[in-house]
Design a protein around this ligand. Structure first.
Ligand SMILES: NC(=O)c1ccc[n+]([C@@H]2O[C@H](COP(=O)([O-])OP(=O)(O)OC[C@H]3O[C@@H](n4cnc5c(N)ncnc54)[C@H](O)[C@@H]3O)[C@@H](O)[C@H]2O)c1
Ligand SMILES: [Zn+2]
Length: 377
């Protein structure tokens, strides 16, 4: 029997022709996992890929939901953390999935955050030349970002996410109650990616977040609403530009500065991805105001204030440990962005909710700006 939901789930469709799928969002929707899979792929078996932390809280309910619908399931549990997006763990996961006698019509279920989604999704993209998979995101970041859009990858010694594939899931089941067990710091980091949708293209949503962010953290209906808005925004962008040849790059607001900070911190616990993106978005707003004259400083301050209010880092000096040098940051930006003739591509803003892709930013302007920011300490 499917446990009763508090209310009907919200369904957001990602319209990609024959690769279209639904994102089902709501408190308690995990209980419908088996019934939904049986509906989409009658008779299919599944392998659940998850990590130790998620398994502790959510694996048994997921397995129970499958069992109740008569869906046979096996499991693969990997250690938590980015280190699992490695060739070694990828090989282990692929071998375990193949050993469970998965056939072409069977499915992988990625139960976890972005690490599990990327790892299990990439495994699904290559096993038997591609089998279907379902995303069951368990972090805020995965709910609003990594579970939607079909980017899957593992890391190379040369950089993050360099070995991967586009492979869309057949279903995303976003149970907002799963976030109740997420550490506060992880939730907050994921919130940065949520706020990003307001900052890049939806001023009304940003204003709503300014008024309602406490309820989003609290887990009320506001959380479902916020995740649904973000998923709709991401679905619209992915539908327009599945393979990031244009518009999809807007989703990288804050990511050039953010990645440089994240890399300078060695991709460690010192600075989580979402925290780096919060600081990166704050820098992108301030750069747009102070160095490009695109917006007034008060508009930039409004964006930055909200991120700071929820407890995210917005200044380089908010990052614990010794700061990077401007040379180090510029080198990391150049690696990320391939500066051509001293020009780089940045996502800049003409206001809250009005981001755009600027293809000719003078790298010297960025250097001057970052030098000033580093001197603020
Ligand atoms: N594919 C994409 O489009 C895309 C987009 C953004 C980020 N990513 C990738 O996502 C990854 C980051 O994802 P993340 O922030 O979700 O990290 P994560 O998957 O490592 O999860 C963060 C931590 O929370 C734990 N956890 C997860 N769910 C939990 C729960 N419900 N309760 C308790 N603990 C829980 C995990 O075990 C882990 O320790 C990065 O590898 C990044 O490259 C991919
Ligand atoms: Zn991101």
């Amino acid at each position: 029997m499917i446990a009763p939901l508090r209310s009907d789930p919200t369904i957001v469709n990602v319209a990609l022709g024959e690769r279209s799928y639904d994102i089902v969002i709501g408190r308690g929707v995990l209980a419908s996992l088996g019934a939904r899979i049986a509906g989409l792929r009658p008779g299919a078996k599944v392998v659940i890929v998850t990590d130790d932390n998620v398994a502790r809280y959510h694996l048994e309910p997921a397995e129970a939901a499958l069992r109740e619908a008569g869906v046979a399931a096996s499991r693969v549990i990997v250690p938590p953390g980015e280190a699992s997006k490695s060739y070694r763990v990828f090989e282990q996961v692929c071998e375990a999935i193949v050993a469970s006698r998965i056939e072409r019509g069977d499915l992988v279920v990625a139960l976890g955050g972005g690490v599990i989604g990327d790892l299990a999704g990439f495994a699904a993209s290559v096993i038997r030349r591609g089998i279907d998979y379902v995303q069951v995101p368990t972090t805020m970041l995965a709910d609003v970002d990594s579970s939607v859009g079909g980017k899957t990858a593992i890391d190379s010694a040369h950089g993050k996410n360099l070995i991967g594939a586009f492979h869309q899931p057949i279903l995303v089941l976003a149970d907002t109650a799963l976030l109740d067990t997420l550490p506060d710091r992880e939730f907050r980091a994921g919130y940065a990616e949520l706020a990003k949708y307001g900052l890049l293209g939806d001023a009304a949503f940003f204003a709503w977040l300014e008024a309602n962010w406490r309820d989003v953290f609290g887990g009320a209906a506001a959380r479902e609403h916020a995740i649904a808005v973000a998923c709709r925004a991401k679905a619209a962008i992915v539908t327009r530009d599945e393979r990031e040849t244009g518009d999809r790059a807007l989703l990288n607001l804050g990511h050039t500065f953010g990645h440089a900070l994240e890399a300078a911190c060695g991709f460690s616990d010192r600075l989580l991805h979402g925290e780096a993106i919060a600081a990166g978005m704050a820098l992108a707003f301030e750069f747009s105001a102070r160095r490009q004259g695109l917006i007034g400083m008060s508009e930039a301050k409004r964006a930055i204030r909200h991120l700071a209010d929820v407890g995210l880092p917005t200044r380089i000096k908010d990052i614990p440990g010794s700061p990077p040098s401007v040379d180090q940051l510029m080198e990391l930006i150049a690696q990320d962005k391939k500066v051509r003739r001293g020009m780089l591509i940045l996502i800049l803003v003409r206001g809250v909710g009005a981001a755009f892709i600027e293809r000719g930013v003078d790298a010297r302007e960025v250097r001057t700006f970052l030098s000033e920011k580093l001197a603020e300490r």
